[in-house]
Design a protein around this ligand. Structure first.
Ligand code: HEC
Length: 121
Protein backbone atom coordinates (compact mmCIF):
# COMPACT_ATOMS: atom_id res chain seq x y z
CA UNK A 1 0.00 0.00 0.00
CA UNK A 2 2.79 2.40 0.87
CA UNK A 3 4.40 2.00 -2.52
CA UNK A 4 1.10 2.79 -4.20
CA UNK A 5 0.54 6.02 -2.31
CA UNK A 6 4.08 7.02 -3.12
CA UNK A 7 3.32 6.54 -6.81
CA UNK A 8 0.08 8.54 -6.48
CA UNK A 9 1.96 11.32 -4.73
CA UNK A 10 4.51 11.36 -7.50
CA UNK A 11 1.79 11.58 -10.17
CA UNK A 12 0.26 14.47 -8.25
CA UNK A 13 3.50 16.39 -8.12
CA UNK A 14 4.11 15.88 -11.83
CA UNK A 15 0.53 16.97 -12.51
CA UNK A 16 0.93 20.21 -10.60
CA UNK A 17 4.11 21.01 -12.51
CA UNK A 18 2.33 20.20 -15.77
CA UNK A 19 -0.57 22.52 -14.99
CA UNK A 20 1.81 25.24 -13.90
CA UNK A 21 3.74 25.02 -17.17
CA UNK A 22 0.48 25.55 -19.08
CA UNK A 23 -0.20 28.85 -17.39
CA UNK A 24 3.39 30.04 -17.64
CA UNK A 25 3.99 33.14 -19.76
CA UNK A 26 4.10 32.11 -23.41
CA UNK A 27 4.90 35.49 -24.97
CA UNK A 28 8.48 34.45 -25.66
CA UNK A 29 9.29 30.75 -25.97
CA UNK A 30 11.97 29.51 -23.60
CA UNK A 31 14.09 28.23 -26.46
CA UNK A 32 14.62 30.43 -29.49
CA UNK A 33 14.79 28.65 -32.82
CA UNK A 34 17.79 30.19 -34.60
CA UNK A 35 16.23 29.46 -38.01
CA UNK A 36 13.02 31.35 -37.39
CA UNK A 37 12.35 34.61 -39.18
CA UNK A 38 11.91 37.28 -36.52
CA UNK A 39 9.25 39.84 -37.39
CA UNK A 40 9.42 43.17 -35.58
CA UNK A 41 5.68 43.84 -35.35
CA UNK A 42 4.65 40.41 -34.11
CA UNK A 43 7.74 39.10 -32.28
CA UNK A 44 9.58 42.13 -30.90
CA UNK A 45 7.04 44.88 -30.31
CA UNK A 46 4.83 42.69 -28.06
CA UNK A 47 7.87 42.30 -25.74
CA UNK A 48 8.35 46.07 -25.61
CA UNK A 49 4.64 46.65 -25.08
CA UNK A 50 4.39 44.21 -22.20
CA UNK A 51 7.71 44.76 -20.42
CA UNK A 52 9.11 48.13 -21.42
CA UNK A 53 6.60 50.68 -22.66
CA UNK A 54 5.30 51.36 -19.15
CA UNK A 55 8.59 53.14 -18.41
CA UNK A 56 9.65 54.04 -21.92
CA UNK A 57 7.39 56.66 -23.30
CA UNK A 58 9.13 59.69 -24.77
CA UNK A 59 10.80 61.03 -21.62
CA UNK A 60 12.81 57.83 -21.09
CA UNK A 61 14.56 57.16 -24.38
CA UNK A 62 14.21 54.91 -26.30
CA UNK A 63 10.48 55.36 -26.76
CA UNK A 64 9.28 51.75 -26.93
CA UNK A 65 5.59 52.32 -27.53
CA UNK A 66 4.03 50.69 -30.54
CA UNK A 67 4.45 52.89 -33.58
CA UNK A 68 7.34 54.83 -31.99
CA UNK A 69 9.82 52.14 -31.05
CA UNK A 70 11.41 51.33 -34.38
CA UNK A 71 12.43 54.87 -35.32
CA UNK A 72 13.39 55.60 -31.73
CA UNK A 73 15.77 52.63 -31.67
CA UNK A 74 17.29 53.31 -35.10
CA UNK A 75 17.65 57.08 -34.67
CA UNK A 76 18.99 56.75 -31.13
CA UNK A 77 21.73 54.35 -32.21
CA UNK A 78 20.53 51.53 -29.97
CA UNK A 79 21.12 49.03 -32.75
CA UNK A 80 24.47 48.11 -34.26
CA UNK A 81 23.86 46.10 -37.40
CA UNK A 82 27.54 45.45 -38.10
CA UNK A 83 28.15 44.08 -34.59
CA UNK A 84 24.70 42.91 -33.41
CA UNK A 85 25.83 41.72 -29.97
CA UNK A 86 27.29 45.16 -29.27
CA UNK A 87 23.88 46.77 -29.76
CA UNK A 88 22.94 48.75 -26.67
CA UNK A 89 19.37 47.46 -26.93
CA UNK A 90 20.57 43.87 -26.71
CA UNK A 91 23.16 44.56 -24.03
CA UNK A 92 20.72 46.22 -21.66
CA UNK A 93 18.30 43.29 -22.02
CA UNK A 94 20.83 40.63 -21.00
CA UNK A 95 20.78 39.44 -17.37
CA UNK A 96 23.33 41.99 -16.13
CA UNK A 97 22.16 44.78 -18.41
CA UNK A 98 19.71 46.40 -16.02
CA UNK A 99 16.71 46.12 -18.40
CA UNK A 100 16.36 42.33 -18.22
CA UNK A 101 12.66 42.52 -17.33
CA UNK A 102 11.59 40.36 -20.28
CA UNK A 103 13.99 37.49 -19.55
CA UNK A 104 16.88 35.80 -21.30
CA UNK A 105 15.02 34.39 -24.28
CA UNK A 106 13.55 37.80 -25.11
CA UNK A 107 17.10 39.18 -25.29
CA UNK A 108 18.09 36.28 -27.55
CA UNK A 109 15.14 36.99 -29.80
CA UNK A 110 16.11 40.65 -30.05
CA UNK A 111 19.68 39.64 -30.91
CA UNK A 112 18.44 37.29 -33.62
CA UNK A 113 16.26 40.07 -35.02
CA UNK A 114 19.28 42.41 -35.22
CA UNK A 115 21.41 39.66 -36.79
CA UNK A 116 18.74 39.25 -39.45
CA UNK A 117 19.08 42.93 -40.34
CA UNK A 118 16.84 44.68 -37.77
CA UNK A 119 14.14 45.21 -40.34
CA UNK A 120 10.95 47.05 -39.56
CA UNK A 121 8.89 44.69 -41.72
C1 HEC B 1 10.81 50.24 -14.27
C2 HEC B 1 11.01 51.12 -15.38
C3 HEC B 1 11.69 50.57 -16.61
C4 HEC B 1 11.36 49.46 -17.34
C5 HEC B 1 10.26 48.46 -17.08
C6 HEC B 1 12.28 49.41 -18.45
N1 HEC B 1 13.14 50.46 -18.40
FE1 HEC B 1 14.67 50.84 -19.69
N2 HEC B 1 15.23 52.43 -18.58
C7 HEC B 1 14.58 52.90 -17.45
C8 HEC B 1 15.28 54.07 -16.95
C9 HEC B 1 14.88 54.89 -15.75
C10 HEC B 1 16.37 54.27 -17.81
C11 HEC B 1 17.42 55.34 -17.74
C12 HEC B 1 16.90 56.43 -18.60
C13 HEC B 1 17.79 57.58 -18.67
O1 HEC B 1 18.92 57.53 -18.19
O2 HEC B 1 17.31 58.56 -19.24
C14 HEC B 1 16.31 53.23 -18.83
C15 HEC B 1 17.21 53.11 -19.87
C16 HEC B 1 17.07 52.23 -20.94
C17 HEC B 1 17.88 52.24 -22.13
C18 HEC B 1 18.94 53.25 -22.46
C19 HEC B 1 20.24 53.01 -21.83
C20 HEC B 1 21.16 54.11 -22.28
O3 HEC B 1 22.27 54.10 -21.80
O4 HEC B 1 20.79 54.96 -23.11
C21 HEC B 1 17.43 51.23 -22.93
C22 HEC B 1 17.97 50.83 -24.31
C23 HEC B 1 16.34 50.60 -22.23
N3 HEC B 1 16.15 51.23 -21.03
C24 HEC B 1 15.64 49.53 -22.71
C25 HEC B 1 14.61 48.92 -22.03
C26 HEC B 1 13.94 47.74 -22.51
C27 HEC B 1 14.24 47.04 -23.83
C28 HEC B 1 13.00 47.43 -21.58
C29 HEC B 1 12.06 46.25 -21.57
C30 HEC B 1 12.66 44.95 -21.67
C31 HEC B 1 13.09 48.41 -20.51
N4 HEC B 1 14.08 49.29 -20.82
C32 HEC B 1 12.27 48.43 -19.41
C33 HEC B 1 13.45 52.38 -16.88
C34 HEC B 1 12.82 51.21 -17.29
Amino acid sequence: MQKRSLILFFIGVVGVFFLYSCTYNTLVPEKINPDQKVVFATDIQPIFTQYCAGCHPSQHVPDLREGKSYSSLINGNYINKSAPNQSLLYRVMTPNGGMSFAGVSAAQLVLLWIQQGANEK
